[in-house]
Design a protein around this ligand. Sequence first.
Ligand SMILES: Cc1cc2nc3c(=O)[nH]c(=O)nc-3n(C[C@H](O)[C@H](O)[C@H](O)COP(=O)(O)OP(=O)(O)OC[C@H]3O[C@@H](n4cnc5c(N)ncnc54)[C@H](O)[C@@H]3O)c2cc1C
Length: 396
Amino acid sequence: MDLRYSEAEEAFRHELRAWLAEVLPEVGPPPADRTDVEARRAYDTAWQRMLYDAGYAGINWPREYGGRGSTPTEHLIFLEETERAGAPYVGVNFVGLLHAGPTLIAEASDEQRARHLEPILRGDDVWCQGFSEPDAGSDLASLQTRAVRDGDDYVVTGRKIWTSFAQVADWCELLVRTDPDAPRHRGISWLIMPMDLPGIEVRPIETAVGAGEFSEVFLDEVRIPVANRVGAENDGWRVAMVTFSFERGTAFISELLGSMRLLADLAAVATRVTRRSATAADDVEIRRELGRLDAELDALWSLTRRNVSQAQRTGMVGPGGSVFKLAYADVRRRMADLAGRLLGRAGLALGETGGLSGLDHVEERIYTLTLSIAAGTSEIQRNIVGERVLGLPKER
Ligand SMILES: Cc1cc2nc3c(=O)[nH]c(=O)nc-3n(C[C@H](O)[C@H](O)[C@H](O)COP(=O)(O)OP(=O)(O)OC[C@H]3O[C@@H](n4cnc5c(N)ncnc54)[C@H](O)[C@@H]3O)c2cc1C
């Protein structure tokens, strides 16, 4: 793989940078109240619409579905430049843009792609993910939500949990059990569920950081057309693995770039914090940890480019996504630990802390904890890496 940028790619960067400089002053900051999900939806989808109108939505999505049809490298340049300029990111529609959409591109029928992809890019439709259940998180294949075929519909009954932004979603990528007698992984189907169907009840969950992101979704005899199934009946586990490969492999790219900026902030903070007569940066242990983290972020960037180029070749990221997710969650946790050591008591204050790119350190610390759980826990990523990369025996 050639890691240098071509002239055309540099021209794309230039043009995008100029556009961002022109439009970002009009965009303004995101809603101050993070629990106001309606306001967050309005803000995030308005930005998505601006990208779409300017030809910057879905950089690497096919042109026939409203994307730009560009190379993965231009997609990386897009992420680099938007992150560098402090532009909004995917926000409440992270499911639609980062993994439901790519799954539809890889697995859906032409009619399903024509119906769903462009509205995601235009900012018209927001998606959520209905995979986890109260008794099926890591062990997702034990999910119990039942779908019984009745004519041209599935009648779906069950309960989903930790469904991010379900309150403001129009569609849900839903995993259901269509054959209760088949071996666990073989009786599952992947459905597209409109969120306004009768029988759906969304109940927000309040967490340590307040209400907002999560909901439980109760499904009581919800009739979902069979035409909304993606892939064959009972082949949903394979389709879900495609979804996960995007969710773990490429969905965190922009965050990784943000982490590089955050590490530069931490290095700057280390030169300002004094202990007795020396600064924190004079402490060899602090310098060593900063250097180690810098090298690891660099390695993750190379891994990202490898994953992106594999996705381009094969349509899927594969287990490289799990390697990334596992390492990234660990690096971010250690960055939060280092920030805690540098900021000391100041890090416990609420609100923006000590020059950390506008971050609230307490929120940031809680967020880094979620990274080792969301999209499959770190233990599960270790199992996948052990089995699929290292060829170790399967877990019983
Ligand atoms: C920020 C965030 C957003 C999320 N958004 C969504 C969403 O939109 N939609 C959705 O469907 N879900 C979502 N989830 C849920 C997430 O997918 C689950 O929390 C995750 O899969 C873990 O499942 P669980 O919570 O049931 O934990 P459990 O599976 O009960 O795990 C508990 C502990 O046991 C460990 N463990 C379990 N099995 C094994 C094993 N075989 N080997 C070793 N250790 C094991 C786990 O690693 C973990 O430490 C989200 C979670 C977070 C944190």
